[in-house]
Design a binder for this molecule. Structure first.
Ligand code: PGA
Length: 241
């Protein structure tokens, strides 16, 4: 793992957006794996600025998002589809038909998950994947458990994730209880990965990811086995290393 520590979240955003820019300039039809949450927002702001400045043309890019809540349609303002449009897609020029977010309203979630993995494979796989990390070491909605889930699947959210995400909803009761998420195996297939953590409340999870055993109890620890991972941390997230 290539671990880098930056002064603050904006410096990380600039560095991560530069990785995406370099990827897209080198390969205009890149397949990008995108994430929601607070962590990638500075990266998305900088990606939008690079488009605005004319430095990067995203028109050939295809995207796949990591996950989506079950039961929220794309118009729901807490759906990840909505989040991605609100925070990135409306500012850059990726054609809508090249944007992919799992459907939380799929009648057959298992089929939705299977088709999603097949579509990523058919697109040639993800070139560059961005990830955040949960306080419990989760990546996407792969929560601590006893095995690394290989493929995209439906999950029950843990109490700690519901607690962490309730800030976006009227109350904890309004947070969906299930989600569709790319599996650990789907994520590990990405050719390169950048994982970002900011804030001292992520320091224990970051320590376990980098220095702990490779163990599904800390899903992010699997990234120790990936050949091309860049870890971008601020000083708080790096404080236990
Ligand atoms: P956050 O979420 O970026 O909102 O902290 C990260 C995660 O839980 O994966």
């Amino acid at each position: 793992m290539n671990v880098r520590v930056y002064k603050n979240a904006d410096a990380i955003g600039a560095a991560a957006a530069a990785l995406f820019a370099a990827q897209v300039i080198a390969k205009p039809n890149s397949v990008l794996g995108l994430a929601t949450g607070s962590t990638p927002l500075p990266t998305y702001r900088r990606m939008a600025a690079l488009y605005e400045e004319g430095a990067v043309d995203y028109s050939g890019v295809t995207t796949y998002n990591l996950d989506e809540y079950v039961g929220l349609d794309h118009d729901h303002d807490q759906s990840y589809y909505y989040f991605m449009h609100d925070n990135l897609f409306k500012y850059i020029n990726i054609p809508e038909e090249q944007i992919h977010v799992l459907s939380g309203m799929a009648k057959d979630p298992a089929e939705e998950c299977k088709a999603y993995d097949a579509a990523i494979d058919a697109a040639g796989g993800i070139d560059l994947q961005i990830l955040g990390i949960g306080r419990n070491g989760h990546i996407a909605f792969n929560e601590p458990t006893t095995t690394f889930p290989p493929t995209t699947h439906i999950v029950d959210l843990t109490e700690s994730t519901i607690e962490a995400n309730k800030r976006f909803f009227a109350s904890a009761d309004d947070v969906p209880r299930q989600a569709l998420t790319m599996g650990i195996g789907s994520i590990m297939k990405a050719k390169s990965i950048v994982i970002i953590a900011t804030g001292a409340d992520k320091a224990d999870a970051v320590y376990a990811m980098i220095n702990g055993p490779v163990d599904p109890q800390c899903p992010a620890s699997v990234l120790q086995l990936h050949p091309n991972v860049t870890v971008m941390l601020d000083e708080g997230a790096a404080s236990k290393l």
